[in-house]
Design a protein around this ligand. Structure first.
Ligand code: PMP
Length: 373
C-alpha cells in the first residue's frame, strides 16, 4: 500500500528519476521546451527546424555559451566548444590533440570511466597509469597524490574527478605544475564550484547536469589548441572546431538549445553555489541515513571519497535487491539499480533532483528496512 503522498506524486507524474544519465531534467526546463516546441519565439517553427547558421539559432548558441561562461567563471583565454560524440569521443580526441609533443601522458585510474579513457589513449601513445583507486578495510578510496608516480616529460595528466559508476569522487584538485591537467567532468560539472584556471582542458557529456544527450562540452585553454597528430579525422580536431566556433558541420542544435535552457535555469536559481549547497545537503542526508542503518544498507566507498552526485550503496541481504527495486518503482522512485558491473544500488542525485526526491527515497528506504529487516 503506497502512502497518499507517494500516490499523489505518481498521479502528478512526479516520478523521481535517479538515473545516472541521461538524468532527470529540471521541470521548468521541460515546460519551457514544451511551450516553445512548435513555435519558437513567434517564428512559427521549432528551434530544431531552424538552420544552425541563421540568426535565431546563433542567438541561442551564443547565449548558452555566455551563460556557461558566467556559471563557471571561464576566463577569456579558454574556448568553449559544443561537440558531438559524447565524452567517449573525448577519450580519443584528448590524446590525438594533446599527446603531440612528448607523445606521453599520465592517467589516474579511479574507476570504470577512467579505465576506458586509459584504454583509448593507449592506442595513440605512451600512457602510464600513475595511480589507481585502492580498497582499504573493504572501502574504496582515492590515493593521495604523494603516492602517485607522475613522470616529468609528459604532455598532460588525465583524471576523472567523479566516477559515475563506482561512486568515487576527488575532493581536491591534483597539483601538476606546468603540466596541463585534463578532467572528465561528465558527472560532476556544475554540481559544485570548479576553478577552471587549474585545468588545461575540461570535458563533459551534457546528459547529467547540463541537459540531454547529444552535446559534449569542451573547455580548452588557448595554448593547447594546436595541430592534432597526423591522420586524425577532421572532426576530431579541437583546432578545427575552435576556428569554426563549433559550426564546422551541423552542431546538435536541439541538445545545445536544451543545455541553454538548463544554464538559464541555473542562473535564475542562484548558479553553481546555490546548487552546491543543496547538493551537499542531499548527499549528507542520504549517506547519513545509510551509515545509520548499517545493519541493512552499506556503502563501499570511504567517507572522504564519496561522490556528491552518484550515491552507490548495497543491501546487506542481496536477495532483497529485486524486491527493493520493484517496491521503489511502485513508489515512484526509479532507476535505482546499480551499474551491472558493480551491482547493488545507485542513486544519482544531480542538480535537477529536488531535495524532496532524496527525502522520499530516504523515507522509502526506512520503511523498506523496517518491513524486511
Ligand atoms: N565519462 C564519465 C565519467 C561518464 O559518466 C560517462 C557516461 N556515463 C562517460 C564518460 C561516457 O559518456 P558518453 O556516453 O556521453 O560517451
Amino acid at each position: 500500500m503506497l502512502s497518499s503522498q507517494l500516490q499523489e506524486n505518481i498521479d502528478m507524474r512526479k516520478v523521481y528519476n535517479f538515473s545516472a544519465g541521461p538524468g532527470m531534467l529540471p521541470e521548468e526546463v521541460m515546460r519551457t521546451a514544451q511551450e516553445e516546441f512548435l513555435d519558437w519565439h513567434g517564428t512559427g517553427m521549432s528551434i530544431m527546424e531552424l538552420g544552425h547558421r541563421g540568426p535565431e539559432f546563433q542567438g541561442v548558441a551564443e547565449k548558452a555559451e555566455a551563460d556557461l561562461r558566467y556559471l563557471m567563471n571561464i576566463p577569456d583565454n579558454y574556448r568553449v566548444l559544443f561537440l558531438t560524440g559524447g565524452a567517449s569521443a573525448q577519450f580519443a580526441m584528448v590524446p590525438l590533440n594533446l599527446m603531440t609533443q612528448r607523445k606521453k601522458a599520465d592517467y589516474i585510474d579511479t574507476g570504470i570511466w577512467s579505465k576506458k579513457a586509459v584504454d583509448e589513449a593507449k592506442r595513440y601513445g605512451d600512457v602510464h597509469v600513475a595511480a589507481s583507486s585502492v580498497v582499504q578495510h573493504s572501502l574504496m578510496h582515492i590515493p593521495s597524490q604523494s603516492s602517485w608516480t607522475l613522470r616529468d616529460d609528459i604532455d598532460y595528466v588525465h583524471y576523472t574527478p567523479n566516477e559515475t559508476i563506482d561512486g568515487l569522487e576527488f575532493k581536491w584538485v591534483p597539483e601538476t605544475g606546468d603540466v596541463p591537467l585534463v578532467a572528465d567532468m561528465s558527472s560532476m560539472i556544475l554540481s559544485q564550484p570548479v576553478d577552471v584556471t587549474r585545468y588545461g582542458l575540461i570535458y563533459a557529456g551534457a546528459q547529467k547536469n547540463m541537459g540531454q544527450a547529444g552535446v559534449t562540452i569542451v573547455i580548452i585553454r588557448d595554448d593547447l589548441i594546436r595541430d592534432p597528430v597526423f591522420l586524425t579525422p577532421t572532426l576530431y580536431s579541437y583546432k578545427l572546431h575552435a576556428e569554426h566556433h563549433s559550426f564546422y558541420n551541423t552542431p546538435p542544435t536541439y541538445a545545445w538549445y536544451i543545455s541553454g535552457l538548463v544554464f538559464d535555469w541555473m542562473r535564475r536559481h542562484g548558479g553553481v553555489e546555490a546548487m552546491y549547497k543543496v547538493n551537499l545537503r542531499k548527499a549528507k542526508k542520504l549517506y547519513g541515513f545509510i551509515d545509520e542503518h548499517q545493519d541493512f544498507y552499506f556503502s563501499t566507498v570511504s567517507p572522504e571519497s564519496r561522490s556528491l552526485m552518484n550515491v552507490v550503496f548495497s543491501l546487506k541481504n542481496e536477495k532483497l535487491n529485486d524486491v527493493f527495486l520493484k517496491e521503489a518503482g511502485d513508489a515512484g522512485l526509479t532507476n535505482l539499480k546499480g551499474h551491472r558491473i558493480v551491482g547493488g544500488m545507485r542513486a544519482s542525485i544531480y542538480n535537477a533532483m529536488p531535495e524532496e526526491g532524496v527525502d522520499a527515497l530516504i523515507a522509502f528506504m526506512h520503511e523498506f528496512a523496517r518491513k524486511h529487516g
